[in-house]
Design a protein around this ligand. Structure first.
Ligand code: NAD
Ligand code: TYD
Length: 355
């Protein structure tokens, strides 16, 4: 079986669903169920014995060790993290606790378990660490996209803690010989995306008749990848990646935030027209994010050349699927917009209005 951390979050849940749609190999899904973790994402697996869920914190080294020795996973795929940049600006402590200390505790438990293995089981074991392109910092308009050899220059508490975790993972390979793999991926979008991030926030706000808050001039650039393409890349790296290597994953799809928001509004105008006007009328430019990275872009040639992976979705097809999913899953959105979510929105966006 494989051991997945953070499998009740956005990418983790998509990965677990995708994994079990393609293989009968069981998954042990270990997740703390923070505000971002939601078992409803996995409702379709309720009676599926291939999916075992355990609620726990990756800082709990003892529980992790016990689970590893009981279930004997052949691989660990590590998604669990605090993942929202704006939250890391307002409260960085949780990011250090989970992303740095938690990854360290997980690595230690994995090392204890891996060192107890022998022969083929030991050499075939993998620890795959899921990371972000944000560790590389920001690019100017004419800079080359991030390659795997680009120096780390993280700018937000989120990216700094992810960078720290990447370094720890790397060190466990170089020092102990643990067979680790690291992936650094660009911005994901798709079903089950928590509506605090740009794309699902814009879809849910637009439909609720609320403002669409664009930070600053909206000309910051992100590379967007449909989430199931990220899942297929992770599967490929797990199968064929070389231990100790890192692989950048991206969609070759750079967009300004404003262009993403305009496209979303156009799709919504087409699929669920307002009585009058366009959803674009709801766009409002608000105070920029402090330290906002201007541009991210991924050079995904290594994973294509060495492992034969390329994305399957275009931005057009992926965004259409995403908007259609949100239109068909109102109950999911309502359920995640709980008390904690409302408090976050009030804190983040009311403060912005006063700024
Ligand atoms: P998410 O915030 O949606 O989900 C994170 C999950 O981790 C949640 O289910 C949460 O309950 C769980 N978790 C948090 N702290 C935990 C802890 N201490 N112990 C156990 N579980 C804990 O995040 P996501 O967007 O799905 O991102 C998953 C991973 O992918 C993260 O490591 C993130 O850095 C990375 N990543 C995300 C993106 C993106 O665009 N979302 C892009 C590249 C890389
Ligand atoms: P986000 O989805 O938070 O991802 P990240 O910061 O990790 O790239 O944001 C994507 C981009 O959208 C980023 O440049 C910030 C911007 N943004 C807004 O303009 N308004 C918003 O309300 C949010 C949440 C993000």
């Amino acid at each position: 079986m494989i051991f997945v951390t953070g499998g009740a979050g956005f990418i983790g849940a998509n990965f677990v669903l995708d994994w079990l749609a393609q293989s009968d190999e069981p998954v042990l899904n270990y997740d703390k169920l923070t505000y971002a973790g939601n078992l409803n994402n996995l409702a379709s697996l309720k009676n599926d014995s291939r999916h075992v869920f355990v609620q726990g914190d990756i800082n709990d080294n003892a529980q992790l060790c016990a689970l590893f020795f009981e279930y004997q996973p052949r691989a660990i795929v590590h998604f669990a993290a605090e993942s929202h940049v704006d939250r890391s600006i307002l409260g960085p402590a949780a990011f250090v606790t989970t992303n740095v200390n938690g990854t360290f505790a997980l690595l230690e438990a994995a090392r204890t378990y891996w060192q107890s293995l022998e022969g083929d089981e030991k050499s075939a074991f993998r620890f795959l660490h899921v990371s972000t392109d944000e560790v590389y910092g920001t690019l100017g308009a004419d800079d080359a996209p991030f390659s795997e050899t680009k120096a780390y220059a993280p700018n937000s508490p989120y990216s700094a803690t992810k960078a720290a975790s990447d370094h720890l993972v790397r060190a466990y390979h170089h020092t102990y010989g643990m067979p680790v793999l690291t992936t650094n991926c660009s911005n994901n979008y798709g079903p089950y995306h928590f509506p605090e991030k740009l794309i699902p926030l814009m879809i849910t706000n637009a439909r609720a008749g609320k403002e669409l808050p664009v930070y600053g001039d909206g000309l910051q650039v992100r590379d967007w990848l449909y989430v199931t393409d990220h899942c297929s890349a992770i599967r490929r790296v797990l199968e064929s990646g070389k231990p100790g290597e890192t692989y950048n994953i991206g969609g070759w799809n750079e967009q300004t935030n404003l262009s993403v928001v305009h496209t979303l509004c156009e799709l919504l105008d087409e699929l669920q027209a307002k009585p009058e006007g366009s959803y674009k009328d709801q766009i409002r430019h608000i105070t920029d994010r402090p330290g906002h990275d201007r541009r991210y872009a991924i050079d995904a040639r290594k994973i294509e050349k060495e492992l034969g992976w390329t994305p399957q979705e275009t931005f057009e097809t992926g965004l259409k699927k995403t908007v259609a999913w949100y239109l068909a899953n109102d109950s999911w959105t309502k359920q995640v917009q709980s008390g904690e979510y409302l408090q976050w929105v009030a804190l983040q966006y009311n403060e912005e209005e006063q700024a």
